[in-house]
Write a protein that binds this ligand. Structure first.
Ligand SMILES: O=c1[nH]c(=O)c2nc[nH]c2[nH]1
Ligand SMILES: [Zn+2]
Length: 457
């Protein structure tokens, strides 16, 4: 689809480092027909477009009062198939939650009509929250997983789409029949994505062993071989729940640890995303660091299923790469803004036990949701910030002022800007009180993929 050259004019904010935002209040970013950032100007005066050769006829998009451009969020771990259960988990913990809520729901995806309704909905919803990239778990079903890839491609969301592999300890009605069928079906999904997006420009297949307890040694080893042979990324769960860890010890008695199980299978590499990583030992963290595998921190899910509190500060200090994942529907929210807030609050609970240095700041949470996530999915050269040459994966945030009226405009959302706030304070108000009503427009690779009614380009 041909794009117009577009110049985005107004404040832009992105993360300079883990604890530092780069706030440019007078910015202008030119995005070419290829959807890539062609120039970044930091001193745009009086809303006048300075002469940029070849950009005279470019389209212009302005922020409104108190608005700013921000990089799209990167959700490094979300189960698209579990979206209908967001918010439904009762008092369960991981292993009973899987049997009570999750496996029955995922088994629905043999029905393609149902799959189409749910997958269209979750992709539209995450885009509306500013999620420009998502690493999705689908289900074991090949046609429905392929459909999820089709929907991401047609709606324009950058995505990693994984067919779930699970050939043991799962209900008869919902598991792979054999090692061979798990690999054959995974390959079928890889082939489909190669067919619809040969260069994986937008959609990439991802090898997805559900978690060690669901997979036999043979399946893990075969998936490790596939990971090596194809060079495709891999995603799985690790060390989420204490009973799960005990189960892994029972099922893999000859392995030193949960992390070693994946390592032995060839599934612990720089292209591996490990969700949760709550109860890892320091030896396991060290092995993960050596292998350069990546961590998806899922605070909302970890609280909902009472799995535990991940020591994010420790992981960051030790040099691990960390991003955020909503983990729908262990997590109740598909919003990465809410997830960033959850990360901050969980870190405060860690701090109440281990000291103030555990606290994550607003800046750090936003870093994990953007640059950190980009590193986790291996796309740090293409997304996560506003540098020349990166893709325009961005969201326009609108924070309306309170104005003179005492009446509430409920469509404008909950963020109250009185006008005296510094930019840091505006960003903090967005993180703590904002929601999708502040996400006015969303672009992926320069294509407008979501906008609110009030957005007038
Ligand atoms: O949060 C989780 N969600 C899941 O679907 C799952 N499966 C195994 N382990 C899991 N953890
Ligand atoms: Zn998960």
């Amino acid at each position: 689809m041909a794009l117009n050259k577009t110049v985005y004019i107004g404040p832009f904010i992105h993360c300079e480092s883990l604890n530092q935002l780069d706030i440019c209040t007078n910015g202008m970013i030119g995005v070419g027909e290829d959807g890539k950032i062609a120039f970044v100007s930091r001193d745009m005066k009086g809303r006048q477009l300075p002469a940029q050769e070849g950009w005279e006829h470019a389209k212009m998009v302005y922020t409104r009062q108190y608005g700013f451009f921000f990089p799209g969020f990167i959700d490094t771990h979300i189960h698209a198939s579990q979206y209908p259960n967001a918010g439904v988990f009762g008092k369960s913990t991981l292993l009973d939650w899987l049997n009570t809520y999750t496996f029955p729901l995922e088994s629905w995806f043999s029905d393609l009509d149902r799959a189409a309704r749910i997958y269209n909905r979750v992709v539209a919803r995450t885009l509306s929250h500013g999620t420009t990239t998502a690493a999705y778990y689908a289900t074991v079903h090949v046609p429905a997983t392929n459909l999820l890839a089709d929907i991401c491609k047609s709606r324009g969301q950058r995505a990693f789409v994984g067919r779930v592999c699970m050939d043991r300890l799962s209900p008869d009605y919902y598991q792979d029949e054999s090692v061979e069928s798990a690999i054959y079906d995974t390959q079928a999904c890889i082939d489909h994505i190669k067919h619809i997006d040969p260069q994986f420009d937008l959609v990439t297949p991802i090898i997805t062993p559900r978690f060690a307890p669901s997979c036999t040694d043979e399946t893990l080893a075969a998936l490790g071989k596939l990971h090596r042979d194809t060079g495709l990324p891999c995603q799985t769960h690790i060390s989420e729940n204490k009973k799960e860890i005990e189960l892994v010890k029972e099922l893999f008695p000859n392995h030193d640890s949960y992390t070693h199980v994946y390592d032995q299978a060839g599934l612990l590499t720089p292209k591996t995303i490990l969700a949760h990583a709550i109860h890892l030992s320091s030896e396991e963290r060290s092995l993960i660091k050596t292998r350069q595998a990546k961590i998806s921190h899922c605070p909302a899910s970890n609280t909902a299923l009472t799995s535990g509190r991940a020591a994010v500060r420790t992981m960051l200090d030790e040099g691990l790469t960390v991003g955020l994942g909503t983990d729908v529907s262990g997590g109740y929210t598909s919003s990465m803004l809410t997830e960033a807030r959850e990360a901050i609050f969980v870190s405060r609970h860690v701090a109440m036990e281990s000291g103030d240095e555990a606290k994550l700041s607003v800046e750090e949470a936003l870093y994990l949701a953007t640059r950190g996530g980009a590193q986790v999915v291996g796309l740090e050269d293409r997304i996560g910030g506003f540098e020349v040459g990166k893709d325009w994966d961005a969201q326009l945030i609108g924070l309306d002022g309170v104005g003179d009226t005492v009446g509430l405009d409920q469509r404008a959302g909950l963020v109250e800007i009185f006008g005296e706030e510094t930019w840091d304070e505006k960003v903090a108000k967005w993180v703590y009180t904002g929601d999708d009503r502040n996400t006015m427009a969303v672009w992926v690779k320069g294509r407008l993929v979501h906008s609110r009614e009030s957005f007038k380009p």
